[in-house]
Design a binder for this molecule. Structure first.
Ligand code: HEC
Ligand code: HEC
Length: 380
């Protein structure tokens, strides 16, 4: 699909057939808005929610609200994406509804101060504006909270891929001490004791009233949370519309950026396929020079070759998900592009041979940023 688009773009650019439409919305803009966005938006939201009293949440940031549309077509696949696995299960819609409720509920954390949405915020593309994740009692984790958009297409989970399935992944925050610092048994006891949750579990997993099987189990909790995460799709972006034949969907700058992405930039060697990720692990040089540099994939495999390798993230929704990289070290998309332009960390001998100096012009940088921005649609 990318190749088709590449050829089309080349032909059209070369023959000058495309009108020089410079959409104000998706043209390259300065970097400051990204840095400003996180903090400004956050404090505005915090102020708006300051009146919200959360049980046991003294001193913790307010819990993000569920701002998603009330009714969402849970099985609908937006333009540009293929149907991911895992949607055709019985009672899927009921499980998604339960998973959604749990996702925004601090009931999963020991002191009821943090929810999944505290780190995976809807208005930030289900990522976080914090450089590193902040969990219970303000404890700081070692990595940036990644976006959950399109994780339904994932083949392994976490920056180092240590979880093999979404179902395995979603229970881990409960026991991680700088996230929820609780136990699965403790969560199950709370949920089983809550009449409304008990019925919601029954409804989503064992609708027969006569069933003897207790519905609030670890397996069902994982299935509900994973079902919700599987519905967080991000497609139908200007790039998808362009690829589907609406050439005016991309500005001239973004179209030139697409060209750099696929040619001199070499980006699609790793950011490939409909989700712009090969789901593989690479060392791009991020984190080089840090005193306690994160070992990445090595943590999961213990193979020396995997040192400092991280999973290629999707490029969809980037407009909402700053800061970037496993350590949140790049504040803006322009910073990311300049990092690649330098050849990543050039003195890192373990870095992938696909990462090398690109010699981009200022115009190329602006164009590449415009293209990356066009992989997001408004909202999240
Ligand atoms: C304290 C912040 C925090 C909370 C709370 C949190 N997460 Fe995360 N989440 C992270 C971080 C950080 C990572 C990446 C960790 C790593 O790679 O080691 C992550 C990774 C993930 C991933 C894997 C994404 C990928 O790219 O593979 C999923 C899925 C996920 N979280 C879902 C959840 C769910 C569901 C909950 C609630 C049960 C939750 N998270 C709670 C911070 C958080
Ligand atoms: C060798 C494979 C590879 C190539 C080539 C590559 N990337 Fe990446 N990209 C990655 C990996 C791996 C990460 C995560 C690195 C980390 O956090 O340590 C990443 C991260 C990113 C991010 C941050 C996304 C986020 O959510 O944090 C952006 C944006 C990005 N790349 C854009 C590009 C662009 C633009 C190019 C071309 C100039 C490019 N990449 C080339 C593998 C690659």
């Amino acid at each position: 699909m990318i190749l088709r688009c590449f050829i089309l773009a080349t032909l059209l650019l070369a023959s000058g057939l495309l009108p020089a439409l410079d959409s104000a919305l998706y043209s390259a803009q300065g970097s400051s808005k990204y840095t400003a966005k996180g903090t400004a938006k956050r404090s505005a939201q915090d102020a708006a929610q300051a009146g919200d009293k959360q049980p046991g949440a003294t001193g913790s940031p307010p819990l993000p609200l569920d701002t998603l549309p009330k009714t969402r077509a849970v099985g609908a696949i937006p333009l540009g994406l293929e149907k991911p696995p895992g949607l055709d299960v019985p009672l899927f819609a009921e499980r998604v509804a339960l998973g959604r409720r749990l996702f925004f509920d601090s009931v999963l954390s020991k002191d009821r101060s943090v929810s999944c949405a505290s780190c995976h915020r809807p208005e930030n593309g289900f990522a976080s504006p914090d450089t590193l994740a902040i969990g219970i009692s303000g404890r700081v984790g070692k990595r940036n909270s990644p976006t959950l958009l399109n994780r339904a297409f994932g083949t392994s989970f976490f920056w180092d891929g240590r979880a093999k399935t979404l179902e395995e992944q979603v229970l881990l925050p409960i026991t991680t001490d700088n996230e929820f610092d609780f136990s699965v048994a403790g969560v199950l006891e709370r949920l089983a004791g809550d009449e409304s949750y008990f019925h919601a579990f029954r409804h989503a997993f064992e609708p027969s009233k006569n069933s003897e099987i207790p519905p609030v189990t670890a397996e069902n909790l994982a299935a509900a949370l994973a079902a919700f995460v599987r519905t967080l799709h991000h497609g139908d972006t200007p790039v998808d519309r362009f690829q589907a034949g609406t050439y005016s969907a991309l500005s001239a700058s973004a179209r030139r950026g697409l060209w750099v992405f696929e040619s001199r930039g070499g980006c699609w060697a790793c950011h490939s396929g409909p989700n712009f990720s090969d789901e593989k692990f690479h060392n791009t040089g991020v984190g080089y020079g840090e005193p306690t540099r994160d070992l990445g994939r090595f943590d999961a495999t213990k193979k020396p070759v995997d040192r400092h390798r991280f999973k290629t993230p999707t490029l969809r929704g980037l407009k909402h998900t700053a800061p970037y990289m496993h350590n949140g070290s790049q504040a803006t998309l322009e910073d990311v592009v300049l990092f690649y332009d330098r050849g990543g960390a050039r003195f890192d001998s373990g870095r992938s041979s696909l990462i090398r100096p690109l010699h981009l012009t200022d115009q190329d940088v602006d164009d590449l940023v415009a293209f990356l921005e066009a992989l997001s649609r408004p909202g999240s």
